[in-house]
Ligand binder design. Structure first.
Ligand SMILES: *[C@@H]1O[C@H](CO)[C@@H](O)[C@H](O)[C@H]1NC(C)=O
Ligand SMILES: *[C@@H]1O[C@H](CO)[C@@H](O)[C@H](O)[C@H]1NC(C)=O
Ligand SMILES: *[C@@H]1O[C@H](CO)[C@@H](O)[C@H](O)[C@H]1NC(C)=O
Ligand SMILES: *[C@@H]1O[C@H](CO)[C@@H](O)[C@H](O)[C@H]1NC(C)=O
Ligand SMILES: *[C@@H]1O[C@H](CO)[C@@H](O)[C@H](O)[C@H]1NC(C)=O
Ligand SMILES: *[C@@H]1O[C@H](CO)[C@@H](O)[C@H](O)[C@H]1NC(C)=O
Length: 462
């Protein structure tokens, strides 16, 4: 079943490189079709393991015992752990392979408000330390490492991190370790996260890192607009990732594609590649709808983003990097963007700063190239673009087309250390991007056949 998405990605790549597809049949979203097929032969309810859904009783042991028991079905088609209606308080627990964690529509998994219910684990090798403090980091509420075939789903059931205690510890500087995510999967393949609501994450919501073949669909992710660092979904050093049909409003980037931090990310060298994001709606008053970086030291490439809508937000699309990051961001296509009431539509920031420690190499310059942004409309936008590369490290082949923004600032575009092309951009684009897009400009783009994907339907291949 996962083959479809993988084949799609492989084919998309092939098309990008070689042009015409071998044979196409239109159909509905591959991501969606792949996910409906799995039925686990064995299912248990968390109540069979002594769990109490009163919102007060701790259920960490019940989750652990249920999952330990279900491990014996791993080689028999896997198993399902069902969480029925109720308020199920728990600390961090670990998933296993060939498992479906399924929530009832009225089920709420609640994160414990005691920090010692979230054990401390090692930093990721590509970060060298916790993201906000040196040393280890609290383990996510739902955690998995080295897994395959994992599904976290529900009929719009809720996973609520009850993160306000963590935001307060952050604000009062009383954290001892980096805050935990709601879901983190490390080194895992064939993952589906769907049909759920995530609320109030202590830190980032969903963090697949060193993962492959990840499908994230139909999620509602909500945290207060002023909650610190509550990123929605952060694919990190991961490949073959599809994110679709999500509604996200949080206190930081809605989706941030990453791949490790400065010298640690450079030496771990694990890129994020083959990432498809479509039909995303949301709001962030502090950060960006879609961000790439700022941690991108392992490289980010082959990202196709389509049909996104951000409102009442700070920034729409941003690429964040810095001297010392190394790595690259290339072959990015973003198309079909609707923005309403934003401060900045598009921002490239080559001087983001934030280094893990003093050992970063200031001569490690990121390569940012072949970024295409097409079909963007915006109303009530303050600034169209702040496009700032790095001195001595120009961002190249930046191609903007069919952009129509209703902008209030007298200087709609500010551009420095960037080069590229444009076509049909209003208000008038800045000088460095004035050359008209032509066949020689080699802008990153999809073939004509793939444009039909871009117009609403995805395809299934014979
Ligand atoms: C998510 O919900 C849709 C619509 O109800 C359903 O078709 C799909 O199978 C669900 N996903 C999973 C993984 O159960
Ligand atoms: C990862 O899982 C595979 C098979 O499931 C196993 O052979 C390997 O030892 C595991 N590695 C680690 C680091 O746990
Ligand atoms: C999203 O999930 C809800 C319930 O969780 C379901 O009713 C709806 O059909 C799903 N939509 C899609 C596009 O899968
Ligand atoms: C799921 O629940 C959230 C929060 O209650 C709601 O905002 C959202 O519309 C629901 N999603 C679906 C697909 O029903
Ligand atoms: C940090 O450590 C101190 C001393 O052990 C402890 O009292 C405090 O509760 C810890 N803070 C958090 C947020 O875990
Ligand atoms: C431009 O984007 C909008 C919004 O996603 C979409 O409805 C429209 O079809 C796109 N136009 C073209 C020519 O792709």
């Amino acid at each position: 079943m996962f083959l479809y998405c993988r084949q799609l990605v492989a084919l998309v790549l092939e098309l990008l490189l070689f042009g015409e597809p071998p044979g196409l049949v239109s159909g509905s979203s591959l991501c969606r079709e792949t996910s409906s097929l799995i039925v686990r032969p064995h299912s248990v309810s968390i109540t069979e393991f002594g769990a109490v859904g009163d919102g007060v009783t701790m259920n960490t042991k019940a989750f652990e015992n249920a999952i330990f028991y279900l491990n014996s079905f791993a080689d028999k088609g896997g198993a399902q752990l069902f969480v029925p209606e109720g308020r199920w308080l728990t600390g961090s627990f670990m998933l296993i392979s060939h498992l479906t964690l399924r929530l009832d529509k009225d089920a709420q998994i609640l994160g414990s408000t005691k920090s010692d219910h979230w054990p401390v684990i090692d930093p990721l090798p590509s970060y060298g330390r916790g993201r906000e403090l040196p040393g280890g980091r609290h383990r996510s509420l739902i955690f998995g490492r080295n897994l395959t075939d994992v599904i976290i789903t529900g009929d719009n059931g809720t996973i609520d991190g009850q993160g306000s205690v963590w935001w307060n510890w952050f604000r009062t500087e009383t954290l001892n370790y980096t805050r935990p995510h709601l879901v983190e999967l490390i080194d895992s393949t064939d993952v589906i996260i769907s049909n759920l609501t995530f609320l109030n994450s202590p830190f980032w919501n969903i963090h697949p890192v060193y993962c492959s073949k990840v499908i994230i669909q139909n999620l509602t992710i909500i945290a207060p607009l002023d909650s610190p660092n509550t990123d929605g979904i952060d694919p990190d050093s991961s490949d073959d990732v599809c994110i679709e049909d999500c509604y996200i409003t949080t206190g930081d980037d809605l989706i941030a594609i990453k791949s490790g931090w400065d010298e640690y990310g450079i030496s771990y060298a694990h890129p994020s590649t083959n990432i498809i994001i479509h039909r995303l709606v949301g709001q962030t008053t502090s950060s960006s709808g879609i961000a790439i970086g700022s941690e991108m030291s392992g490289g980010v490439s082959q990202v196709h983003i389509e049909d996104i809508h951000f409102f009442n937000s700070n920034r729409g699309i941003s690429i964040k990097t810095s001297r010392g990051r190394g790595g690259y961001v290339r072959n990015i296509l973003i198309t079909g963007v609707i923005l309403s009431n934003l401060k900045v539509a598009i921002k490239f920031n080559g001087n983001y700063g934030e280094h893990p420690d003093e050992s970063y190499d200031p001569n490690a310059l990121p390569i940012i190239e072949k970024i295409s942004i097409q079909n963007v409309t915006g109303e009530n936008i303050k600034v169209a673009g702040l496009l700032e590369g790095i001195e001595g490290d120009t961002f190249k082949q930046i191609c903007l087309s069919d952009i129509n923004l209703d902008v209030s600032s007298k200087s709609p575009w500010t551009c420095s250390n960037i080069e590229g092309f444009s076509d049909k951009v209003s208000p008038d684009i800045c000088e460095p991007l004035k050359s008209k897009i032509n066949p020689e400009s080699k802008c990153y783009r999809l073939s004509n056949h793939l444009r039909s994907i871009s117009q609403g339907t995805w395809m299934e291949f014979l």
